[in-house]
Design a protein around this ligand. Structure first.
Ligand SMILES: *Cc1c(COP(=O)(O)O)cnc(C)c1O
Length: 387
């Protein structure tokens, strides 16, 4: 394949040392729990294979994906650690799942039988996790159905019940009632398994918000996603200074021109200049994941200052007003997410402008945007050895 001689104008860089700091924070909060790092959706847009390898260097040995494909891609990249498929899978996928030694989350009685049938005899007893529905209203065996599910013969012969889990719906809310109710229901489930004398090694409930807000949710395994990438979803006025956003998204000014008062920018002329306006054109658009809702709303950093997006974000280009910044030239860096000088734009800022959450902003960064990785440095400051 032809190798480009120059990096493209739009790219993302991911700071693996900041990732290590975020992992350290997870471990400080949940010192007795093992970590299952959630790397679904291309590691929330950060690059699943590279993030998983970096986490392996940080002694993380369990990974969570949403789909069988995501798990297979990690296996094909040579990742041999435990990979749990957290999302909804259907029996038609079970053969592929088992052939790649992925760990399923089973959330209905019939799935236990179907999965047991897909397991090759040589790989039994095959580890599985069971999900209990405690208030998310999504997937899971209902608590009153669990005793019967746990009695299924497959769980003593072909399968091995390695994990029991539930998922919190509201752990980032200031109101704790829903989460406390979920934790109570799950505790009743655990009491039942103990009364039956079942020893299930991995008990897991906590997503990032659970890890941060609910010590009682940490159990023997925690499932951090967004906090690994440096964000939390707690109310806006709560801060998490120990978390460091690890992704910077930058582009490069491709063109600068001046329009007169009354001149317009982009499709449908939604921006009309009220003064003589310097317009810079950025080679990034909604096909790269820079959402069209940022039209006339978003901001970008140029020369360490925030400047507004003007007109409609196009598929491949976005325009900004640089009239108030002196000395702006073609080739200058423009920061979409990240720090420049003393100014910073986070994925949470971008999310607020387009009325969503940082998760969606990060996941949306498209495949057209190459990711570069700033290496993991050990505490001594030396780059860590490659495996
Ligand atoms: C995505 C996901 C997580 C991670 O959630 P964050 O809020 O990103 O920490 C944890 N558990 C399950 C089941 C998930 O699907």
């Amino acid at each position: 394949m032809y190798q480009l001689s120059q990096p493209p104008p739009t790219s993302a860089s991911v700071d693996l040392t900041a990732l290590a700091q975020n992992v350290a924070h997870v471990r400080r909060l949940a010192p007795r729990a093992d970590v299952l790092a959630v790397v679904k959706a291309n590691a929330y847009g950060h690059g699943a294979i590279e993030i998983t390898r970096a986490l392996q260097h940080l002694a993380v040995r369990r990974f969570g994906v949403a789909t069988v494909d995501e798990g297979v891609a990690l296996r094909q990249a040579g990742i041999r650690d435990a990979i749990v498929v957290l999302g909804a899978t259907i029996p038609a996928q079970f053969q592929d799942l088992a052939a790649h030694r992925l760990t399923p989350v089973l959330y209905r009685a019939d799935l236990i039988q179907a999965f047991a049938e897909a397991v090759e005899p040589g790989t039994a007893p095959y580890p599985v996790h069971i999900k209990v529905e405690t208030g998310m209203g999504r997937l899971g065996v209902l608590p009153h159905e669990l005793p019967e599910v746990l009695s299924r013969a497959e769980l003593r012969i072909t399968l091995r019940l390695e994990g029991l889990m539930t998922h919190l719906a509201d752990a980032d809310n200031r109101d704790t009632e829903q989460t406390e109710e979920q934790l109570k229901r799950f505790q009743e489930v655990l009491n039942h398994t103990q009364e039956r004398g079942l020893a299930i090694p991995l008990i897991h409930v906590a997503n990032s918000a659970g890890i941060i807000n609910y010590p009682a949710s940490r159990h023997t395994l925690v499932r951090p996603g967004i906090m690994l990438y440096g964000y939390h979803t707690l109310p806006n006025d709560s801060t998490a200074p120990e978390l460091h956003p690890i992704l910077t998204w930058k582009t490069t000014i491709a063109h600068v021109h001046t329009i007169p008062p009354g001149g317009s920018v982009s499709y449908n002329r939604t921006f009309i200049a009220s003064r003589q306006t310097r317009v810079a054109v950025l080679p990034v658009g909604y096909a790269d994941g820079y959402n069209r809702l940022l039209s006339n709303r978003g901001q970008v950093l140029i020369g360490g200052r925030r400047v507004p997006v003007i007109g409609r974000v196009c598929m491949d280009m976005t325009m900004i007003d640089v009239t108030d910044v002196k000395g702006v030239h073609v080739g200058d860096d423009a920061i979409l997410i990240g720090q420049q000088g003393s100014e910073r734009i986070t994925a949470a800022d971008v999310a607020a402008w387009q009325q969503t959450i940082p998760y969606e902003v990060l996941c949306a960064i498209g495949s057209r945007v190459p990711r570069r990785y700033l290496p993991l440095t050990s505490p001594s400051g030396e780059p860590s050895r490659e495996s």
